[in-house]
Design a protein around this ligand. Structure first.
Ligand code: FES
Length: 108
């Protein structure tokens, strides 16, 4: 079991247990995290699962963005930053223990 921390736009944080094999989006939806809308269910066509990865030390453990993810990050409700990812494209693994992601304020 891996613990992920979600930071809401008002600065509150919530630790959520995540199972290997789920995506960060699925973990957020199951835990009822506001702001992870995920209209497309992980098909990479909505960009409403956008997060800002705050754990810079873990960035190189994330799978690289695909070309489609790169394109979709141009359509997020809040402008992308260096740590922007679609949370449906981040699979949970033990290597991501302690991952911290921030929810964009425009998605809440
Ligand atoms: Fe739609 Fe991630 S859930 S792009």
């Amino acid at each position: 079991m891996t613990v992920i921390t979600f930071i809401t736009p008002d600065g509150m944080s919530r630790d959520v247990e995540a199972e290997t094999g789920m995506s960060v989006m699925q973990v957020a939806k199951r835990a009822g995290i506001d702001g992870i809308i995920a209209e497309c269910g992980g098909e990479m066509v909505c960009a409403t699962c956008h997060v800002f990865v705050r754990s810079e030390e873990l960035l190189d453990r994330l799978p690289p963005r695909s070309a489609i993810e790169e394109d979709m990050l141009d359509f997020t409700s809040e402008p992308r930053r260096s740590g922007s990812r679609l949370s449906c494209q981040i699979p949970i693994s033990d290597r991501l223990a302690g991952l911290v992601v921030e929810i964009p304020g425009t998605q809440v």
